[in-house]
Every structure is written in structure tokens, then in C-alpha cells.
Design a protein around this ligand. Structure first.
Ligand SMILES: Nc1ncnc2c1ncn2[C@@H]1O[C@H](COP(=O)(O)OP(=O)(O)OP(=O)(O)O)[C@@H](O)[C@H]1O
Ligand SMILES: [Mg+2]
Length: 490
């Protein structure tokens, strides 16, 4: 089987089935912090730049990024890990809770620091990274907690992921027990391994090292495919794991199981931006595939496809259902800018974590005219990304009355998506606006100046979370009703 034959066989996989899956993710949860600012001058104190801070953002890293990928695909996750008792641990909990994940399995140890990477970025260039962590394995109290937690949660999940970054959450006395407990229940166990001692992963279903990690464990470089297969199979047998899935960056991955070796080439990306986090996507998507009962080669091909997409995004980003579906069906039935509200949540969170300023506007945009185009261009200039929430046909009928819209929602979406000023279009119903704004938290809500500011729907919501409402001057001399009037009266 080749990668393309395998993805072909996945064409009809219903990705909504991910929503029925629940997984336990145990491992090293980390907080990725970004401090964004402008570089003004060289410091008088030392030969370094001075960054004037404009905003700070945070995202989930390590095992947290695995959970982020699962949540983005609609699956449920329970987490098990170790933090300090500090502010960063609270941020981790908040981020997980925002994904609908119960953070109750994070054990707060007052003697530890939560693992945290802080990046200072000046003018979109990383200036320095500051790492904070406690490089010690979790102690006996944590191990006891973890085993109790796993015993309580494993009956409710369809698989276990161990996301090991060697930061202490999977000490040698814990990992084997977790694997044993999961295997007792016949659950698939996927391990993203770290370090030299892989004995502790014995009995797992799949190990997903990258080639370099595998070479370090074997103590030698693996030149040719035949050598990788031979040495890998020996290790697989020694560790009694069903499969070794060796990821190979731009070359893709090689699956080693009892059937032999199968190489799956990487998807050829249009442009590679950031490969960090691709390994987390592999662990998440592979586990979802196995939880749905896909055979190993299919689950691996799905993971390979997903990872090939996330490397095209700046920063660590999860894979979205819409993207995976587009890859599998190979059929671009819609503009890439047209997205579901659900996917938009993850897209905007990611853009904001990248320091982007998000502008949001909503409307009917029936019979697109030059007044609309100018408004959208002006709105786009208020930030870096413009999102248009487009009233559905039902919503337009409610707002404008029977006989409208003239153009149906499909056509209106396509027209908006064709504009350079518009980055994303999503369908919505006017009545939902406050809830959508509260969820997406755009930096700016833009409306035409034909609305008095106090009448802008959603204004209170936006101001409550610290966003701003901006009125954009519009051309009074052109309107849809004016055009309609002109047509009707010849
Ligand atoms: N340059 C690339 N082009 C296409 N696909 C890629 C590229 N780099 C990585 N991938 C995809 O991502 C998968 C995992 O990448 P990689 O082998 O780099 O994992 P990793 O080293 O564990 O990553 P991480 O940085 O997340 O730890 C690959 O198997 C492949 O599917
Ligand atoms: Mg990795």
C-alpha cells in the first residue's frame, strides 16, 4: 500500500466520528509564552536590543499541544500531568478549560516550577527564549495520584497517549504502570518517546520517535532504509511494541510492524513555515485513527497527511477538520477562506497567539457593491486579519424582510471570499452575534458609520473583554436598496 492508496481508502472516513472519541493524554504539559513588541534601539546597558512590549500571548505546548490537536478535531481529552503551584499553572488550566478539557488531572507540586518557554519577539523576529522548569522526575506522591487518576479515567476512554518531553511527568516507575493499565483494557497506547531509556515504554502499541531520537537510542546513525528497518525491527521486538512509527521530517515516516516496513512519503507542502509541533499532531491523529478502529497503515497515513498540513502554518498550530477533509477528498469544493464557525475558533486563537490583530465585521453583503468593498478594505486596515461573519439566508430574511436576500448565502460567501481584503468568511445568524463575539474575542469589531456607535450590536460584549468598536466611514451615496430602486424604476 502506498500513501496515496491509503489516503484514497480514507476518502469516506466521516471525520465527525472524532467527536465520539475520548482519549487520556499523560505527559509533560508546558506553557508557551510569547512577548511581542517593537525594537526601538540598542540598550545603553549592554549590546542588546530594547523591545518595547505591545502584547503577550500564551499557548499550550508539549502534551498540551497534543490535546490542542485532539480538541481541534472535536475529540474529548482527559489530561494527566505535573505542574508547579504558580501562575503559569493557572494559565495552563485556563487554556485547557477553554478547550473544554477537564484539567483536574494536573498535579500541582509546590516544589516545582511549571515548565514554561517564553519567547521575546521584536518586529516578528525572535530575540531570545527563556526556559523555566524543574528538571526532576515527579515524586512518589505524584505517582500515586497519577495511578489513581488513570484507574478512574481509563474506563471512559478509547486510548492512551504518553507525550514524553522528559520534564518529569512520566518517571520510570509510572510509564510502565500506565501502559499496563491501558493494555489490560485493550486500549491502544501511543507513545511519543524521549531520552535513552525506552524500556519503560515496553508493551505499548506504537512508539513515534523521529529518526534522530531512534538513532540516539540505538547509538548509531541509520543510513539506508534497509538498515532503519532491520535495526528498528530488532528494537521493536525487544520492547514488545506492535509498531514503531519513525517520523522523518520532510521525508515522511516509516512504519515498522510485524508485516514489515512501510515508507509513507510526506505530503509536498506548498511552503513549510514551522515544523515544530508536527510530532504532536502525529501522536494525536494516529491515536484518533486507532481509537476509531482504523488499521495501523491507515491511521499512520492519516497522521502523515495531517502533519504535512500543520508544517505550513506559522508557529505551533493544530490540524482542523476542514483542512483534513480537504486533503482527504482532494476536492476543493469551497474557497479556503470559507470556514465553519467551529474551525474559526481555532484559527483565530492561533492567529492571536501569533501576535496578529483580528478585525471582525458582520453583515448581509447582499449584491456586493463598491461601497462594501471600500468598507471591507478600510476595516482590514484596522488590523492584520479580517473576518466577515455573513448572515445566513434565514438571518437576512429576518433582518431585511421577505424578498431578501437577492443572492443566496453560497453566492454571497464566494463573492466575499474573492476579495483580497477578506481573510475569512463564516456563516452565522444575527441572533447569535453576542455569543460568537464572546467566543472569538476579536480585537476590533468594525461597523459602517451609518450605525450610531451605541447601536452597534455586540458592543457591550466586545468592550467587556477589552476589545474595541470602530466605526468606518462609509459612502452614503451607494446602497443595495438604492441599486434595487434604480433597477426597478428602469
Ligand atoms: N518539511 C516537511 N514537509 C512535509 N512534511 C513534514 C515536514 N516536516 C515534517 N513533516 C511531517 O511531520 C511529521 C513529523 O515530523 P518530524 O519527523 O519532524 O517529527 P518530530 O521531530 O517529532 O517533530 P517535533 O518538532 O514536533 O518534535 C513527518 O512524518 C511528516 O509527516
Ligand atoms: Mg517529537
Amino acid at each position: 500500500m502506498t500513501q496515496s492508496a491509503l489516503t484514497d481508502s480514507l476518502r469516506h472516513l466521516d471525520l465527525r466520528r472524532f467527536r465520539e472519541v475520548s482519549l487520556l493524554v499523560a505527559g509533560d504539559f508546558m506553557l508557551d509564552e510569547y512577548i511581542w513588541g517593537r525594537v526601538g534601539r540598542i540598550s545603553p546597558e549592554a549590546p542588546v536590543v530594547v523591545v518595547r512590549v505591545e502584547r503577550e500571548t500564551r499557548t499550550l505546548g508539549g502534551a498540551g499541544n497534543v490535546v490542542h490537536n485532539l480538541a481541534a478535531l472535536g475529540a474529548k481529552a482527559a489530561v494527566l500531568g505535573l505542574t508547579g503551584r504558580d501562575r503559569p499553572a493557572e494559565h495552563l488550566r485556563e487554556k485547557l478549560t477553554a478547550l473544554g478539557v477537564d484539567a483536574g488531572g494536573l498535579f500541582a507540586d509546590p516544589d516545582r516550577q511549571t515548565t514554561r518557554k517564553t519567547r521575546v519577539v521584536g518586529e516578528q523576529q525572535q530575540v531570545v527564549r527563556i526556559d523555566r522548569e524543574t528538571p526532576l522526575p515527579g515524586g512518589p506522591e505524584y505517582v500515586r495520584f497519577a495511578l489513581d487518576f488513570a484507574r478512574a479515567r481509563l474506563p471512559g476512554v478509547q486510548g492512551l497517549i504518553l507525550s514524553d518531553y522528559a520534564k518529569g511527568a512520566l518517571p520510570p516507575e509510572l510509564a510502565p504502570e500506565l501502559i499496563r493499565l491501558a493494555r489490560e483494557r485493550h486500549l491502544p497506547v501511543v507513545v511519543d518517546p524521549k531520552g535513552r531509556n525506552w524500556r519503560r515504554y515496553a508493551g505499548a502499541t506504537v512508539l513515534t520517535p523521529n529518526q534522530k531520537e531512534l538513532e540516539e537510542v540505538l547509538g548509531r546513525p541509520l543510513g539506508e532504509a534497509a538498515e532503519l528497518a532491520a535495526r528498528g525491527q530488532e528494537l521493536r521486538a525487544r520492547l514488545n511494541v506492535a509498531c514503531l512509527l519513525v517520523t522523518q521530517g520532510a521525508r515522511g515516516m516509516t512504519l515498522l510492524d510485524e508485516a514489515g516496513a512501510l515508507h509513507l512519503p510526506a505530503r509536498t507542502p506548498r511552503e513549510v513555515f514551522d515544523v515544530s509541533g508536527a510530532g504532536d499532531t502525529v501522536a494525536a491523529v494516529l491515536s484518533l485513527g486507532l481509537a476509531l478502529g482504523l488499521p495501523l497503515p491507515q491511521a499512520a497515513a492519516l497522521a502523515n497527511t495531517a502533519a504535512g498540513v500543520v508544517v505550513t502554518k506559522r508557529g505551533t498550530a493544530p490540524i482542523l477538520p476542514g483542512e483534513l477533509e480537504r486533503e482527504l477528498t482532494g476536492y476543493v469544493h469551497r474557497e479556503e477562506k470559507v470556514v465553519s464557525l467551529r474551525d474559526l475558533r481555532f484559527i483565530l486563537a492561533h492567529l492571536k497567539a501569533q501576535g496578529k490583530r483580528v478585525v471582525f465585521t458582520n453583515g448581509c453583503f447582499d449584491l456586493l457593491h463598491v461601497g462594501h468593498v471600500k468598507f471591507l478594505e478600510d476595516a482590514r486596515r484596522l488590523g492584520d486579519v479580517l473576518v466577515v461573519a455573513l448572515d445566513s439566508d434565514a438571518s437576512v430574511r429576518q433582518v431585511k424582510g421577505e424578498g431578501r436576500p437577492i443572492l443566496d448565502q453560497e453566492q454571497r460567501q464566494r463573492l466575499l471570499a474573492a476579495l483580497a481584503a477578506v481573510d475569512y468568511v463564516t456563516l452565522f445568524d444575527s441572533a447569535e452575534l453576542p455569543r460568537i463575539l464572546a467566543e472569538l474575542k476579536p480585537d476590533v469589531l468594525a461597523k459602517g458609520s451609518n450605525y450610531p456607535e451605541e447601536q452597534v450590536a455586540g458592543r457591550e460584549v466586545v468592550e467587556a473583554y477589552g476589545g474595541e468598536v470602530r466605526l468606518v466611514p462609509i459612502r452614503e451615496d451607494i446602497s443595495v436598496s438604492g441599486i434595487l430602486h434604480q433597477i426597478r424604476n428602469g
